[in-house]
Write a protein that binds this ligand. Structure first.
Ligand SMILES: Cc1cc2nc3c(=O)[nH]c(=O)nc-3n(C[C@H](O)[C@H](O)[C@H](O)COP(=O)(O)OP(=O)(O)OC[C@H]3O[C@@H](n4cnc5c(N)ncnc54)[C@H](O)[C@@H]3O)c2cc1C
Length: 472
């Protein structure tokens, strides 16, 4: 290693292990580690509140891992990188690819700037198992259906390479122009952040711990338990994956090591990880996924935007217990169980006839795992407008979903405590409970808990009629 200085730009890869860009930088010379809070992001893609909270703690953890030498900035990456390059005589910049369309566009421009300065720009893949341009159909076009994408495309492509360990030696350089973490203003002003703190440990070590716990304790029951929101049946690795505190390769290989004992469960879990790949794949090949119906025929759909309904949904005050439980879980923890995400999304889109983009926006602001690819692909999946989506006429019934997947009402009572005394028979449909039962439980519908804001059956029929008229 000679006296060369390079810059490593951290983005959605806030870890030291299995970080190919950082490993390459460490072999190049002295490294200036940089994080830039980008103020050029399009407004609709700026970080939501929960993501900002997570990012604050993640940067703090990363800074500790880097012996307090992480350099932080807020501004235009193109201009800031040029400034640092000139100040420190940097001869190469390394980063790992981000696949959001606006970031790809920005990075292409930055590469041009680097070229004009005679500085080398090197990029790596740290966040996907397969590059989206490497998995194509025989005719060279992208897959639009998940199963052939995964079975024929991914599983026939070269297997994901083994994860890298932390760079053995990092010579780090601090830039006096770096700002304090606090100056990035990522923490919420309200007490909301405190609630999130009670639920999450952020950072690379916490991610590894979560994976180990999942593989040792939950993987064996994954396929059986993953649909039950009251159980700790899934990994909850999504925010760590989003911020890159753990890599999909690390998860993929660690799961394969366990596969001998739990073949079916491992395959089921890796299939979910592959849904994440599919979302990124779709976003890469169809960059309007977050803002436009993937199937244009849905553009004719007549949405009924009622602010009162949207507000009740956001606050968990719809009068439909499973929907309210999910929306309150989101608000209190920054997370929502996957099955309940599908139920609340279906309710918003189909029973309330509110555009899926309003739900996407709310999730973007409230989820600690808010992820442009997964969020937009999933909302379009539920809406029926996406690639390989659930058909529109599949309308989740929140009463039956509750009875089936929360049979003892544990999850629903946890987040809707005012319904706790109700017998299971009525928990998911309190409007059917006899007056005497409600009175005995101290529940007054419309006062202690809302009356349903829509009739589930009538709204379902209305949605189907509108759908048939629009999408013939
Ligand atoms: C309306 C809606 C919005 C969603 N928004 C997001 C989002 O913004 N960010 C996000 O990460 N996920 C989103 N999902 C997908 C899914 O709900 C979460 O990834 C999952 O619940 C995270 O929990 P987990 O880590 O315990 O999952 P596990 O079951 O442990 O799965 C492991 C990993 O696989 C991936 N994964 C699992 N299910 C899916 C899926 N259906 N689609 C894509 N990837 C998946 C995730 O990265 C997850 O961490 C959304 C789903 C719906 C229905």
């Amino acid at each position: 290693m000679d006296n060369k200085t390079c810059l490593f730009w951290f983005r959605q890869d806030l870890r030291l292990s299995d970080n190919p860009g950082l490993s390459a930088a460490s072999k190049y010379g002295t490294v200036i580690p940089v994080y830039i809070l980008d103020n050029t992001a399009p407004k609709q893609f700026t970080l939501g509140g929960a993501s900002k909270w997570w990012l604050h703690h993640s940067l703090s953890d990363l800074n500790n891992s880097l012996d307090k030498k992480l350099n932080r900035y807020h501004g235009n990456p193109d201009a800031l990188l040029c400034e640092i390059i000139k100040k420190h005589k940097v001869s190469a910049v390394f980063w790992n690819t981000c696949y959001e369309p606006w970031q790809l566009k920005r990075d292409k421009k930055i590469k041009k700037t680097l070229d004009s300065l005679g500085v080398e720009g090197r990029t790596f893949n740290a966040s996907l198992l397969w590059e989206p341009w490497e998995v194509l159909k025989k005719d060279g076009t992208p897959y639009k259906v998940f199963t052939p994408f995964y079975q024929r495309g991914c599983l026939n492509a070269p297997a994901p390479s083994a994860p890298l360990s932390k760079p053995r030696k990092l010579r780090l350089k601090k830039d006096p122009g770096s700002c304090a973490l606090k100056a990035l203003n990522l923490l919420p002003t309200q007490s909301w952040g405190k609630k999130l703190e009670a639920h999450w440990h952020v950072g690379e070590a916490a991610a590894r711990k979560k994976l180990t716990l999942f593989l040792n304790k939950q993987l064996s029951g994954y396929t059986q338990n993953r649909d039950y929101p009251h159980q700790a049946g899934t990994s909850q690795l999504s925010p760590y994956l989003h911020f890159g505190e753990i890599s999909p390769r690390q998860i993929w290989h660690a799961t394969h090591l366990k596969a001998g004992a739990h073949r079916q469960e491992s395959a089921g879990f890796l299939r979910q990880l592959a849904w994440r790949e599919f979302s990124y794949y779709l976003l890469y090949h169809f960059p309007t996924l977050p803002i436009k119906n993937f199937q244009a025929k849905f553009d004719r759909f007549q949405w009924k935007h009622r602010a009162r309904d949207l507000n009740a949904w956001q606050k968990g005050q719809t009068g439909i217990p499973l929907v309210d439980a999910g929306m309150r879980e989101l608000w209190q923890t920054g997370y929502m169980h996957n099955r309940v995400r599908m139920v609340v999304a279906s309710f918003l889109i189909k029973n309330l006839l509110i555009h899926w983009r309003r739900g996407e926006d709310w999730f973007w602001d409230c989820l600690v795992d808010a992820d442009l690819a997964n969020n937009s692909a999933s909302w379009q999946w539920v809406a029926g407008s996406g690639a390989d989506a659930a058909p529109f006429f599949r309308i989740f019934n929140p009463v039956r979903q509750g009875e089936k997947f929360d049979p003892d009402g544990e999850y629903t009572r946890r987040f809707v405590p005012e319904l706790t005394p109700l017998p299971n028979k009525y928990l998911f449909k309190p409007w059917e409970a006899p007056e005497a039962v409600l009175a005995e439980c101290g529940i007054v519908l419309g006062k202690t808990y809302p009356k349903p804001i829509v009739d589930l059956d009538a709204s379902r029929k209305q949605a189907l009629a509108i759908y048939r008229a629009a999408v013939r």
